[in-house]
Design a binder for this molecule. Sequence first.
Ligand code: 5GP
Length: 178
Amino acid sequence: MNQVNIKGKIFHRFISCDEIELVIKSLSDRINKDYADKEVLFLIVLNGAFMFASDLLKKIEGNHKISFIKLSSYQGLCSTDEVRELIGLNEDLKGKNIIVIEDIIDTGITMECLRERILAKEPSSFEICTLMFKPKAFKKDYNIKYIGKEISNEFIIGYGFDFDGYGRNIKDIYQLKE
Ligand code: 5GP
């Protein structure tokens, strides 16, 4: 499938599932090395990161905890400055090694909000792992240690990424070309 049509928008094939697998392997190798003798609490940011987190965490060695949070700033195709909701941050984070697993960092506003709330709970370490990063859209200055792939600003769908709820099930990543 070279292109998909969702609600009249045409998305072109951009990153194959084979490439995604290689990207995830390299991220998991780094995390396994960095946390070889440390326990981690992975916080998966729903909804978009579900597929990425599932494939990544199957490659992570050792005994770790996994929890889910939800925080969204996105409606339709454009990023907004308004961060809407945070659900599920009920764990005691004090003294823990936290890695947040996110699907994509665009302006960085969503992650900044999340980061502040997590740091306020005094973890002993905090890192971000994102599958995709849009460096030209990023407006913040915090460190993102684990970046799968840097991409341009165009909107993507597939592999967990949606357009108004559609497209998450597609195994490759597609990009909007207008
Ligand atoms: P930020 O706050 O960094 O601008 O936006 C982060 C959130 O926007 C992501 O978690 C994701 O839900 C959404 N987002 C940003 N870029 C894209 C994109 O290209 N495709 C999709 N489907 N969502 C995106």
